[in-house]
Design a protein around this ligand. Structure first.
Ligand SMILES: Nc1ncnc2c1ncn2[C@@H]1O[C@H](COP(=O)(O)OP(=O)(O)OP(=O)(O)O)[C@@H](O)[C@H]1O
Length: 248
């Protein structure tokens, strides 16, 4: 299964905010999307999901295995910036919400979510509210809600940015482990070059004004052999691409 975004242009107030952007996601693996603030990363994700705010005009095609799809589409899962848990719902209710929105009964949704609390490190939190959990736990609950929907393609918008450094590293390892359990394709928007180089199989670099992809860089070192020091040259390359773009 492949997801192809072809020739996306997003226009606001008479100017192209994103211009002629194309990308493909293979069946598995992590593709990181990096770029300066405001270049349009979140808007690209929202367009793929069919939730671009009104007021932004768009042109482009999204093809699943070569055919255009209507959105929202069950093959595409999404985790917005932050954890986006509803504070007035318990963790169990939050985790089941995506399934309920997709049409499952409350009971069926809960039955699907329940067995995942332990593997997601959330055993005992079912009846708690988000404010009672640590940042890492809330993030795992948000992942649970996203992952349980079985979407083949998961779009993650800066999922770790609100976490402290240690929790972030643990959550990154944890995400890789979950993806080994249930392989799927991830499009990961991140500002963090360490995160991009340690997690991704491929890094797409965006420039701003208008937002477009200026480089596609494969990360060929296998996950288990990625050492911080070995990844430094790649980070330097990414840094110069990002900074070059900001020069007048
Ligand atoms: N609803 C909207 N109406 C008009 N302009 C918008 C709207 N949403 C976003 N924009 C503008 O579009 C541009 C891209 O925003 P977007 O959030 O997609 O960028 P981003 O690369 O994800 O930024 P960041 O990394 O800071 O999250 C910004 O200049 C923003 O001000």
């Amino acid at each position: 299964m492949t997801l192809d975004l072809r020739a996306l242009t997003i226009r606001t107030e008479g100017r192209d905010m994103v211009q002629d952007l194309s990308l493909s996601l293979p069946t598995t693996g992590i593709t990181a999307l990096i770029g300066p603030s405001g270049c349009g990363k979140t808007s690209v994700l929202k367009w793929m999901l069919g939730i671009l705010p009104p007021g932004l005009q768009s042109m482009g095609d999204l093809l699943l295995d070569g055919s255009p799809i209507n959105r929202p589409h069950p093959a595409l899962g999404y985790q917005p910036q932050g954890d986006a848990l509803f504070p007035w719902l318990t963790i169990a209710q939050n985790a089941a919400l995506g399934l309920e929105v997709a049409g499952l009964s409350r009971r069926a949704a809960q039955a699907k979510v329940d067995p995942l609390f332990a593997p997601f490190g959330l055993a005992g939190t079912e009846a708690m509210f988000p404010a009672q959990l640590s940042g890492g736990m809330r993030q795992r609950a948000a992942f649970l809600r996203t992952i349980v929907q079985d979407s083949r393609f998961v779009l993650l918008d800066e999922p770790f940015s609100a976490l402290d450094a240690v929790t972030r590293l643990r959550m990154q390892d944890w995400l890789l482990a979950r993806l080994r359990d249930t392989p799927r394709a991830v499009l990961l928007v991140t500002h963090d070059l360490h995160e991009a180089t340690s997690l991704a199989d491929r890094i797409l670099v965006m420039a701003a004004g208008p937002g477009r992809i200026i480089a596609e860089i494969p990360v060929t070192t296998p996950q288990d052999r990625r050492r911080e020091a070995d990844l430094a040259p790649l980070r330097e390359t990414l840094k110069s691409l990002l900074l070059e773009d900001l020069d007048p």
